[in-house]
Design a protein around this ligand. Sequence first.
Ligand code: CP
Length: 307
Amino acid sequence: MLKGKSLIEPMDLSVEEIDEILGLAEEIIKNPEEYSQVCRGKILATLFYEPSTRTRLSFEAAMLRLGGNVMGFSSGESSSAAKGESVADTIRTIACYADIVAMRHPKEGAPLVAAMKADIPVINAGDGGHQHPTQTLTDLLTIKTLKGKLNNFTIGLCGDLKFGRTVHSLIKALSRYENINFILISPEELVVPEYIREIMVKKNINFKEVERLENVMEELDVLYMTRVQKERFFNEADYIRLKDSYILDKEKLKNAKEDMIIMHPLPRVNEISVEVDDDPRAAYFKQTKCGMYARMALIMKLLGVEK
Ligand code: CP
């Protein structure tokens, strides 16, 4: 039963609950008009203390397409956080006005603090370099829609695996599905955090860590590119040295499978050349659209509303 729950990290959802959300999202994709009023009278608050295009606006589009209303702020500077208000006090205030909250915050754990203080569902829309569970629902819906399954494939995760919260959440979620092989492609300085490696080891999951994308391209069913997360670096020189570690172009794709899909949570900087956008395997804008449907289904489940 998801009604009234908060979503802070992917493991807050069982595999059955994820399947339920994805199943509902697929239904919404097929018959969107049947869901256009299910959240009439409900309010979503988007509290974004960090920049966002897709997550905030897809949450808002999701609620509007369900017939609900939205309010919120798009930077901490435009809220009373700028005057020193704590997350705990802000969420208690917002809970007086809204039925559900999506929060993005640069500090890891801030949405968890909010969920502990709120009597309405709080959704983590990205906390620092930690987790991004609704991106994971987006990614799973994309893979399910395009590959028809969530098991038995090899996924290459490429780029900033240290600070890339979407990667951490996706590995956690996929580690519960059958026969997923991970190939982790990054410079040595940007490998996955130890706690993520420990999860894969503990669950006996097949994974390898490599530096060169070209060497593993032909093995991949899914290639998940990521941006080097400039905002998480302490030292600009390190960012400049690492930012162009991987640039996917047509040449690098020549050994890729015909039915491989190329994903990216976006925004991209340089890591996928625009010449790849026309390749039929490029799935990142389809992925962006899946984000809205996944969030529509999630909002419905957490609010306990039905068709
Ligand atoms: N994928 C994602 O989180 O994008 P935004 O930062 O634009 O929300």
